[in-house]
Write a protein that binds this ligand. Structure first.
Ligand SMILES: [Zn+2]
Length: 99
């Protein structure tokens, strides 16, 4: 049986999850940006990608984002979704302090 995590341990695990979440968001943004840049400017290509091929990194970025948040966005204490937002202080499921 799993032993209960201490409050400090929960906060520490949540903090490292936040670091990963920010990293994943940054990577996703980077992968989506060629498509956005091509969509909002009149450039014909960006970084060697055109409007169609820019869909590939965009799709990849979306998959990485969805998989990460579905799989790893969990409260360290109850393993349920703690709720969204970068500034969350408490798990909305079990109420544990996250930071
Ligand atoms: Zn929780």
């Amino acid at each position: 049986m799993e032993t209960e995590k201490s409050a400090a341990q929960v906060k520490e695990e949540y903090a490292s999850m936040m670091v990963r979440a920010k990293l994943v968001s940054a990577i996703t943004l980077l992968l989506i940006s060629p498509r956005l840049i091509l969509g909002f400017t009149d450039l014909n290509s960006f970084l060697g990608l055109n409007y169609v091929t820019a869909l590939i990194p965009m799709l990849l970025g979306t998959i990485v984002y969805v998989v990460f948040f579905k799989k790893y966005w969990r409260c360290p204490a109850c393993l349920e979704l703690p709720g969204g937002g970068w500034t969350r202080k408490q798990c909305k499921h079990c109420g544990v302090a996250l930071r």
